[in-house]
Design a binder for this molecule. Sequence first.
Ligand SMILES: [Zn+2]
Length: 181
Amino acid sequence: MSLASFTTAVAALGLAAAAAAGSMEAAAPPAHPNAPTATGATPARSAWSWPLDPAPSVVAAFDPPDQRWGRGHRGVDLAATVNQPVLSPADGRVSFAGTIAGRGVVVIAHEGGLRSTFEPVRAQAEVGTAVPGGGVVAVVDDTPGHCAPSTCLHWGVLRGETYVDPLSFLTRRPIVLLPLE
Ligand SMILES: [Zn+2]
C-alpha cells in the first residue's frame, strides 16, 4: 500500500466515523437495549383460554373434597349447548378419549404435568393428537352431566393426581354464578 492510498484510506475511515457520529447525534436518544419498557416485561407463563367460545358462564364452581375420596366438585361446570365445540385450553396432546361411567371423556395432557378433563363429550381428535390451545378436541355430548337437565361442560384440571381449580389458569377470572338452591 502506498503512502498516498494509506492516507486516503485513513481519511475515508475518518469521514465514515464522523458521519456515523453525526447520525448518532442526530438520532433520538438511543434506547438502552436492556432498558425495561412497559411492553417488554418478561412474559408470564402463557395464559390458558376458555374451552368454550364465547366465554361461558360458570354454573358450578370448583369445590375440592376435604379427603381425596370425599365428596366435592373436582372441576367447574360451564354452561354449554349440545354439539358445541370443546377447545383445548392450552397446547397439549390428547391422552385419553373414551367412555367412563357412561359419559364420554376426553383428557388433554399439557406442559408441567397438567391434564384437562372434559365430560360429557364426544372426542373429535384421536389419542396422541397434538392440539394447539384453542383447537377443537371434542363436542359437548347430550349425555346428562353435572347440570342435568341443563347442559354443561365439566372441566377438571389435574396436577399429577391432585385436582386444581381450572379457572386459576385463566387470565381474567370470571364472575362465578352459583346455582340457586
Ligand atoms: Zn362438574
